[in-house]
Ligand binder design. Structure first.
Ligand code: SAH
Length: 359
């Protein structure tokens, strides 16, 4: 059996763990700060602990389970990390530098069980759920690589749960990871800075609405009617649009002042991008009295996906129709396409532009 992965423990759980080794509670707080605030990757680096304790920890626990296989750097500065878990499953994380605040896109599963026809991750199938520790560790490594070990992040960081996997099929570990990350004595990334995206796992959308300190929500829609959505996102057969929208309607009631949620709409040339689709989408949102905004994501192509991105003028026309009907729509700029780091491109592939990481 694998020894306990302390990166996935809350501060209280860490205190219990150190107590089980016969150590006082304050050691738990020190170790928590070592992992989460100083972002150390080995017990040996925790020089504020006695040597003997560091050795004992090394024999009984671990804090780094992800092994970096490769790091890819895009011409736009985006970085993709390809890790292996201790049991040899791929995990990918993307660091996206932005003008105001950088974003880290993390994975919740290795592979993905959903079979969205436009997404490369689907081709892996589900390999396994990631643990809370494996989720938090992705963030720690990406922060260290971007800013240096233990340094303060210059502008704070946004997180998006939009990497590989369906976060709401790994809900408990996801929420646990967000609780660990919000600790002021640790990473201190509050849920308000985190957005998780779902393909529409309706019961978990309803559950998220009941969690007081919860991340923001995004829903991947991709089609404005059941016929097309069944084809593009087979999960729609389980939770059709009507059920999804009813859950969104209820979710909206739980929003705090100024909080919005988002629909993501991948734009596939000649498939879901007509004027009629835009009108259907606007009508759908009106019918459920939703105020959510829509992010239009031009399809990121990758072999062997059978789609092309909608041309720019089509995306703009689609946006115009939504706006003219009072729906706020934004066109997302693809990032990291050249290293297969953009939305829907994570499939543990190797690409050129690999470089040594300094972690
Ligand atoms: N399973 C979750 C989390 C993944 S988020 C979800 O579906 O929401 C990944 C986002 O990228 C989703 O909005 C998805 O619709 C979008 N996407 C998937 N494949 C894409 C592609 N090839 N090009 C552009 N966007 C894509």
């Amino acid at each position: 059996m694998q020894s306990p992965h302390l990166t996935g423990l809350s501060q209280a759980e860490l205190s219990d763990f150190v107590a089980s080794l016969g150590e006082p509670a304050y050691r738990g707080r020190q170790i928590f700060a070592g992992i989460q605030a100083r972002r150390l990757r080995s017990f040996a680096d925790m020089t504020d602990l006695p040597n003997e304790l560091r050795e004992k920890l090394g024999e009984n626990a671990t804090i780094s389970t992800l092994t970096l296989e490769s790091r890819y750097i895009s011409s736009d500065g985006t970085r993709r990390y390809l890790f292996k878990t201790h049991d040899d499953y791929p995990v990918e994380t993307v660091f996206i530098p932005e003008e105001r605040r950088d974003t880290i896109c993390f994975s919740s599963q290795s592979g993905c069980p959903l079979q969205c026809t436009f997404c490369l991750t689907a081709q892996l199938g589900l390999l396994r759920n990631l643990t809370s520790g494996e989720i938090v560790e992705q963030i720690i490594v990406a922060l260290n690589d971007a800013y240096g070990v233990g340094t303060r992040t210059p502008r704070g960081t946004n997180l998006v749960g939009m990497g590989a996997g369906e976060p709401f099929l790994n809900f408990d570990e996801l929420i646990k990871a967000t609780r660990i990350m919000k600790e002021p004595s640790g990473l201190h990334i509050v849920p308000n800075r985190i957005t998780v995206s779902t393909a529409g796992i309706v019961p978990r959308i309803r559950e998220l609405a009941t969690i007081p300190d919860r991340p923001h929500l995004a829903i991947s829609l991709a089609a404005p009617n059941d016929e097309l959505r069944n084809e593009l996102m087979p999960i729609n057969k389980k939770w059709p649009i009507e059920q999804l929208m009813a859950a969104c309607r209820d979710f909206e009631k739980s929003l705090k002042r100024g909080e919005r949620f988002t629909f993501e709409y991948v734009m596939l040339d000649g498939v879901n991008d007509s004027d009629e689709h835009a009108r259907q989408l606007a009508n759908l949102l009106h019918r459920y009295r939703l105020h959510a905004k829509v992010n239009l994501i031009p399809h990121n192509p990758a072999e062997p996906l059978p789609y092309q991105p909608s041309p720019r003028d089509r995306v703009e026309a689609f946006q115009q129709i939504l706006e003219s009907k009072g729906v706020h729509a934004f066109i997302r700029r693809p990032r990291g396409q050249d290293i297969l780091a953009a939305c829907g491109q994570l499939a543990a592939r190797t690409t050129p532009r690999s470089s040594e990481a300094v972690l």
